[in-house]
Design a protein around this ligand. Structure first.
Ligand SMILES: [Zn+2]
Length: 221
């Protein structure tokens, strides 16, 4: 199953992504993370990315694509993958399609978690974060098991994110919509996009996500 997971901030992308990872035994690949990793490991593409970042420039699409391509060759991607945080633009989506089609492993589906702005603002402004792994929790949805500490880091008391104040959140959501609208349209045009209502009971959302994967999931079972 080869997926891209899109979603407005606060629509539960982290939680639903983790559930898909468990259910289908495929990795969730956060491009920000693998980019940092490539820089840290000093791979040729990592060094190219670092040179651009050090100069205050954006990392060019072909470098990011190259880093994604390398990551997808790892053994844990044999059954598929979930891309998270990439692509962000239509040009990147086209480059990603070209790369995956060349490899004979086309992208099958794009799940877009949607939610009304007022509701995600409310959700995000009460969000808590683990200071160690940066996993986020929400008292009204994906709450931590003991209510206070990270599930994976019992020593870490969850904190309220400083950038989670209402005005900044609104701005972030506006930017997100402006950036991803053309991208969603690109995938909608050829029938790969599925909009999924991201708010509500976590299990119900997972049910809707799985329904959106129908066809793809069946073919793999
Ligand atoms: Zn943690």
């Amino acid at each position: 199953m080869r997926l891209v997971l899109l979603g407005v901030p606060g629509a539960g992308k982290g939680t639903q992504g983790r559930r898909l990872v468990e259910r289908f035994s495929i990795p969730q690949i956060a491009t920000g993370e693998i980019l940092r990793e490539a820089v840290k490991n000093g791979t040729p593409l990592g060094l190219a990315a670092k040179a651009r970042m050090d100069a205050g420039l954006l990392v060019p699409d072909e470098v990011v694509i190259g880093i994604v391509e390398e990551r997808l060759k790892a053994a844990d991607c044999a059954r598929g993958f979930i891309l998270d945080g990439f692509p962000r633009t239509t040009a990147q989506a086209e480059a990603l399609d070209a790369m995956l089609n060349r490899a004979g492993t086309p992208l099958e589906r794009v799940v877009n978690l949607v939610a009304p702005t007022d509701q995600v603002v409310a959700r995000l402004s009460t969000r808590l974060e683990c200071p160690v792994c940066h996993r986020t929790y929400n008292p009204s949805g994906a709450a931590p098991k003991d209510g206070v500490h990270c599930d994976e880091h019992p020593e870490a008391t969850l904190i309220h994110r400083v950038d989670d104040d209402v005005e900044k959140i609104r701005k972030r959501i506006e930017v997100f919509h402006a950036e991803t609208a053309p991208l969603a349209e690109y995938y909608r045009r050829d029938g790969r996009l599925r909009d999924v209502e991201g708010l509500g009971d976590v299990d119900e959302v997972t049910g809707r996500v799985l329904a959106a994967l129908e066809g793809v999931a069946k073919a793999r079972a």
